[in-house]
Design a protein. Structure first.
Length: 558
């Protein structure tokens, strides 16, 4: 009986073994046949990974080779959660060495659906090496650059900034992102069960970014920013802008603003502060715009600098009454005096001789209402009322810089053309990319050499003549030509004292052979609103420093 029971048990065990073997065989057939492809892919994904190798971003230099924007070498540490064996200890160690929050990292490392988690981006190389040395499974690193701005606040609004992924997000960093950024490489590697690379399957080379050389001089830029900061403080102004340009080339030597900010902290700075107002913002230029009216009348032979007009204090144009800034009786002024005394009545009188159509043609000729083409993102074209929308009073406000809005770069480019013998040159901020020198900047003649000489002489009178509005722009040893501007800021209900004013001065020096054109615009100054009082002294400070710095010899004795 016992023997029969034992044989039954043996047979049952044998059947079970046969069934287990059949099941195992069927499972093996299924895995190797039907499910082989998906399992193979899964295995490969667990042991094979593709890493993007960032390209080194090009350096941005000033015109003398001083670094404006560089890539600092750091190490980025990451992990593959599918290879991580001790998420808790790894997160604790990362917190201790790098200071990263441990809890969020722990849960990220526990997510086995992911194959990539940053442990620390842009880590100090020594700290990263110490962490890697711990030998945690699934952990690796790669070198990565972090954008830095060695000059701090100098040129911040011009440079813009690059984001976390080294992509330009503003300013020249954005404008020239395609050449600065280069092209990233890729590398596919096989790893052992501990996440260590054991074989490189394929790779594509990194194409490093090219260097960009700007026309900005960091010394001229820093000085302009300092003068603007002092001017804003002195007049309790909202802000101020300045541009320094070489009129013979169109190169911008400085493009400054106040208030400024440290470019290394750009991500935490409001956009309103980051904006490069020289290119993106418009303002009503006031009397600096009288250059267009006078240039047109001289070029068409309607007047000469000596042509005289008998001018009352005010003049009625349609439903508007135009008057001069200071109360006076009826006077006889020459065209040169109309410009030097900045007579609104005189400018409107000359504009009426031109007529609306001719005046509009000359506004277009000078480039207002269209982009200058400067190599900077977000350039505004300004605001010019189309001729078919002019009212009867428009001929009374546009000639004196009201009812029209320009950008600082448009205005200084127009005056740079006068400084350059009457030839306008496209303004630019970059002179060289890598080894390629940029050339072929657009140029066009605005006025004849003869008219240009007349304009220079008349603009010199603005600064030197007794009663000229720009006396505060004088620089001992040099002849200065320029123009003051006091523009009202329009509001929802038109012009009001409460809206404030824009005080400006634009000038060239030395007049005989201009090396510099400088524009200063001060937004909402308090205590005085006049360009000759607020902006002209700032012009003189900036230009005097630059002349000495550039070793421009004096042209006259005072």
């Amino acid at each position: 009986m016992r023997e029969r029971l034992a044989n039954r048990r043996i047979r049952l065990l044998l059947v079970l073994l046969l069934l287990a073997f059949a099941g195992t065989l069927a499972r093996a057939v299924w895995l190797q046949g039907v499910d082989a492809a998906s399992l193979s892919a899964k295995a490969a994904s667990q042991h094979r990974s593709t890493i993007t190798i960032p390209a080194g971003r090009g350096t941005i230099f000033d015109r003398s080779g001083v670094q404006f924007a560089i890539g600092e070498q750091t190490t980025t540490v990451y992990a593959d959660p599918q290879q991580v064996t001790d998420a808790e200890q790894l997160a604790v160690t990362a917190h201790r060495i790098f200071g990263v929050p441990a809890t969020p990292l722990y849960f990220a490392l526990r997510n086995k659906k992911s194959q990539f988690v940053y442990i620390k981006r842009f880590a100090d190389a020594k700290l990263a090496a110490a962490f890697i040395k711990k030998g945690y499974a699934g952990v690796d690193s790669y070198p990565e650059e972090k954008r830095a701005y060695p000059q701090g606040s100098v040129g911040a609004q011009v440079l813009g900034f690059a984001g976390t992924d080294d992509t330009g997000l503003g300013g020249l960093e954005l404008q020239y992102n395609s050449v600065l950024g280069g092209k990233a490489g890729k590398q596919t590697v096989v790893r052992d069960p501990f996440g260590r690379a054991i074989e490189v399957l394929s790779s594509s080379p990194v194409k490093e970014g090219q260097d960009v050389f700007t026309t900005i001089d960091h010394i001229i830029q820093a000085n302009a920013e300092q003068v603007l900061a002092q001017t804003v403080a002195r007049w309790h102004a909202k802000s101020a802008t300045a541009i320094v340009m070489d009129p013979s080339t169109g190169a911008v030597l400085a493009m400054a603003q106040a208030p400024g900010y440290n470019a290394n902290n750009a991500s935490s700075v409001p956009y309103d502060t980051q904006r490069n107002r020289s290119v993106t913002d418009t303002y009503e230029p006031g009397s600096t715009f009288k250059l267009v009216t006078i240039s047109a009348a001289l070029s068409l032979g309607l007047v000469t600098p000596q042509t005289k007009f008998t001018l009352p204090y005010s003049i009625k144009v349609a439903d508007r009454t135009i008057h001069d800034a200071e109360l006076r009786g009826t006077e006889t002024l020459s065209v040169a005096q109309i410009l030097s005394h900045s007579s609104n009545v005189g400018a409107v009188t000359i504009a009426e001789k031109l007529g609306a159509t001719t005046l509009m043609n000359w506004i277009n000729r000078f480039g207002f209402g269209k982009a200058t083409g400067i190599d900077f993102p977000g350039e505004s074209i300004g605001q010019v009322l189309p001729l078919d929308e002019w009212s009867g009073s428009t001929i009374g406000n546009v000639p004196i810089g009201q009812g029209i809005a320009v950008t600082p770069i448009q205005l200084i480019s127009a005056y740079a053309a006068i400084a350059n013998g009457g030839v306008w040159i496209e303004p630019h901020l970059v002179s060289r990319i890598g080894g390629r020198v940029l050339a072929g900047f657009k140029h066009r003649r605005l006025v004849s050499p003869a008219v240009d000489a007349q304009l220079k002489s008349m603009l010199t009178g603005v600064v030197d003549e007794h009663g000229g509005t720009g006396n505060e722009a004088q620089i001992p040893g040099y002849t200065v030509a320029g123009k003051t501007g006091t523009g009202q800021i329009p509001g929802k209900n038109g012009y009001s004292v409460a809206n404030g004013y824009m005080a400006s001065f634009v000038g060239m020096v030395p007049v005989e052979h201009p090396k510099l054109v400088v524009l200063v615009v001060v937004n909402k100054p308090q205590g005085s609103i006049f360009g000759g009082v607020v902006a002209a002294p700032a012009f003189a400070q900036i230009a005097k420093f630059d002349l000495q710095y550039l070793a421009v010899p004096p042209t006259q004795k005072h």
